[in-house]
Design a protein around this ligand. Structure first.
Ligand code: IPE
Ligand code: IPE
Ligand code: MG
Length: 251
């Protein structure tokens, strides 16, 4: 029936009171998606940006508090110069084109990862990222976190170093360091822990993503490749989340 589009029905089935506060997504499978079409990997990355737009919009419509997406890991620099160049080009294009709309939608952007540690030649990307953070920092809608030049182990080491520095300077005593203080030194400071972690493309690993924050995340994997992950696939994942029984070590 035309007046009850698929979308509306999915929404009815989702219980808005039981949505995850913080969703994290490992967007994987762009390369394979392109290869299956006989196209270069970069074609898959372009299609992946379209999927990302839809998932951000849907997260915003659903009223999800925080969405963290894995865009580029600290290990992804190992890829060919051509692929890295294409990804960095898409990144710049994305922020140039989308920032106005994201800002209008009251989205707050954070970048998780080492922006200033990006290789030389990416100064335009670095300033676009800083501009997006600065411009949206007063926004109160969806918290959109983009993990870029990000590694979970590196993030934990960085937090430890910052705490060590504070202890060495006498600002804090080592005994005062607890989980809350530690979490306050992570890129995700102030955000809720990850409730739901989605990985597309069938891979069953974390690939150095949010190692600390996913302590009690519900894990969901699908064989769908990232460019095909649309709002229906997302709703299906969220429905699966709502059927989970989270125990946090209790009974
Ligand atoms: C995910 O897709 C995007 C990034 C890692 C930037 P991949 O590029 O990893 O695609 P596959 O896993 O090779 O298919
Ligand atoms: C993880 O995907 C990183 C991103 C999605 C940005 P990869 O494709 O890099 O992970 P591995 O190499 O398969 O573990
Ligand atoms: Mg991959």
């Amino acid at each position: 029936m035309a007046i009850f589009g698929k979308d509306d029905r999915e929404h009815v089935r989702l219980d808005r009171e039981k949505l995850p506060r913080h969703v994290a997504i490992i967007m994987d499978g762009n390369g394979r998606w392109a290869q299956r079409r006989g196209m270069p990997r970069t074609f898959g990355h372009k299609a992946g940006v379209e999927a990302l737009r839809e998932i951000i919009r849907h997260s915003d419509d659903l009223g999800i508090e925080a969405l963290t997406i894995y865009a580029f890991s600290s290990e992804n620099w190992k890829r060919s110069a051509e692929e890295v160049g294409a990804l960095m080009g898409l990144l710049l294009e994305y922020f140039t084109k989308e920032l106005d709309e994201l800002h209008r939608e009251n989205v707050r952007i954070r970048i998780l990862g080492d922006i200033d540690g990006m290789p030389k030649g990416l100064e335009r990307q670095q300033s676009a990222l800083h501009a997006a953070i600065d411009r949206t920092q007063g926004n109160t809608g969806l918290n959109l976190n983009i993990a870029l030049n990000y590694g979970g182990q590196q993030e934990i080491v960085r937090a430890a170093r910052q705490l060590a520095r504070r202890a060495a300077s006498g600002e804090i005593a080592p005994e005062e360091i607890d989980q809350a203080m530690f979490a306050g030194e992570l890129y995700t400071a102030g955000l809720p822990e990850v409730d739901f972690l989605i990985r597309t493309s069938g891979e069953m690993r974390l690939s150095n993503f949010l190692l600390y924050q996913c302590a009690y995340a519900e894990f969901y994997q699908t064989d769908v490749l990232w460019p095909d992950f649309d709002r229906d696939a997302y709703d299906e994942a969220l429905l699966a989340y709502q059927r989970r029984n989270r125990r946090f070590g209790g009974v």
